[in-house]
Design a protein around this ligand. Structure first.
Ligand code: ADP
Length: 308
C-alpha cells in the first residue's frame, strides 16, 4: 500500500493565489470613487529584535504578506507596548502578530494580551482562545487552522472520526482539539502524562502530532487507515524533522504530511487569510455601519471555529 502525501507547498500556493485575488478586490473596492483612498489595511508583525528565530519568522511572514499584496510592517522595537497601543488605534492596520519567541516570555505574554482581539489574526489573545474553546467564531492560532485546511483540502472526513492529538499547547494541541471537536470528531488529547501513548494513537483515524519531539511517532503506533498530520518543526543535525518518523510511518498509513513541506508552508497563509478577513470586515464596516464600541465580535473572522 502506498500512502497519500499531503503536500503543503501545493496547498500554500493555491491559498496564496486565492488571497492575492481577495486583496486585489479589496484594493479596487476602496479605490472606488476616490483613487487616493486606495488603501489596503496592513499587517503589523512585532518581534524581539534580540531573538534570531523570531526575527527570521517575522521576516518570512513579512515576505509572505507582500507576496499576496498585503502591506506589512516589521516592528522590532524596545517599546512594544506603546507600539501595540498605536497599532490598535490605527484604522489602516487590520492585523497584529507577535512573532515568538521573546527573550522575556512573561513580557511577550503581556504584549499579546494588549492586542485588540479584532486585530488578533494569529488567535493569540485569551479573548479569542475563549471564544474558540466555547465553539464560537474566533481568530485561531495559525498552525491549528493549517491542520484543518489540510484535511479540508484533501477531502478527509472529520465528522464522527476519532482524532487523537499529541500535545496540549495553547498554540497547537488545544486549538486543534477545539476545531476538530467543532467539526464533530471524537477528540482525544494526549500529553506527557498519558499512559501508553501507543495504545491511544493506534486507535486514531486522524493523528495530529504536536509534541515538539522528533520522531516520537513510530510505525507501530499507527493503524493502516490513519491520516497523520505532523505539526512538529524540530531542529536536528542536518535540517528539521517532524514529530513523526516519516520514513517508517509513511509506508504504513493512508495519508501523511511531510516535514518540511507539510503544515509548515500552510501556517503563514492562515495568518494572512485571517488578516484579509479582518481587512474585509473593516472595509465593509467603514462603508456601511459605524463600528460600535464593544461590538468587536462582528469583526472576528468568519472562518473561525463554527464555519466548516
Ligand atoms: P508545541 O509548541 O509543538 O505544541 P510545546 O512544547 O508547547 O510544543 O508542548 C508540547 C506538548 O507535547 C505538551 O503538551 C506535552 O505534554 C506534549 N508531549 C511532549 N512530549 C510528549 C511525549 N513523549 N508523549 C506525549 N506527549 C508529549
Amino acid at each position: 500500500m502506498s500512502s497519500r502525501l499531503l503536500d503543503g507547498r501545493e496547498l500554500a500556493s493555491r491559498l496564496r493565489r486565492e488571497l492575492q485575488h481577495r486583496v486585489a478586490a479589496l484594493g479596487s473596492q476602496q479605490a472606488g470613487d476616490d483613487a487616493n483612498a486606495r488603501l489596503i489595511p496592513s499587517l503589523a508583525i512585532l518581534h524581539d529584535g534580540a531573538v534570531e528565530a523570531a526575527e527570521l519568522y517575522a521576516a518570512s511572514l513579512d515576505r509572505a504578506a507582500r507576496a499576496v499584496g498585503l502591506p506589512a510592517q516589521l516592528i522590532g522595537t524596545s517599546d512594544a507596548a506603546a507600539a501595540i497601543d498605536r497599532l490598535n488605534a490605527d484604522p489602516d492596520v487590520a492585523g497584529i502578530v507577535i512573532a515568538q519567541p521573546f527573550a522575556d516570555p512573561p513580557a511577550a505574554r503581556r504584549l499579546v494580551e494588549r492586542i485588540d482581539p479584532t486585530k488578533d489574526v494569529d488567535g493569540a489573545t485569551p479573548t479569542n482562545a475563549g471564544w474558540l474553546a466555547r465553539g464560537e467564531p474566533a481568530f485561531v492560532p495559525a498552525t491549528a487552522l493549517a491542520v484543518v485546511a489540510m484535511l479540508e483540502a484533501h477531502g478527509i472526513e472529520v465528522r464522527g472520526r476519532r482524532a487523537v492529538i499529541i500535545g496540549r499547547s495553547a498554540v497547537v494541541g488545544r486549538p486543534v482539539a477545539s476545531l476538530l471537536l467543532e467539526r464533530d470528531a471524537t477528540v482525544v488529547v494526549c500529553h506527557r502524562a498519558t499512559r501508553n501513548l501507543a495504545r491511544e494513537t493506534r486507535r486514531a483515524d486522524i493523528l495530529v502530532a504536536a509534541a515538539g519531539s522528533p520522531g516520537l511517532v513510530r510505525a507501530e503506533m499507527v493503524n493502516r487507515s490513519a491520516v497523520v498530520i505532523d505539526c512538529g518543526i524540530n531542529a536536528v543535525p542536518g535540517g528539521i524533522a517532524g514529530d513523526v518518523d516519516f520514513a517508517t510511518v509513511a509506508p504504513v498509513v493512508r495519508a501523511i504530511t511531510p516535514v518540511p513541506g507539510g503544515i509548515g508552508p500552510v501556517t503563514p497563509m492562515m495568518v494572512l487569510r485571517q488578516t484579509v478577513e479582518a481587512a474585509e470586515r473593516r472595509a465593509s464596516a467603514a462603508r456601511g455601519q459605524q463600528l460600535e464600541d464593544g461590538d468587536g465580535r462582528r469583526l472576528i473572522g468568519h472562518q473561525g471555529v463554527n464555519q466548516a
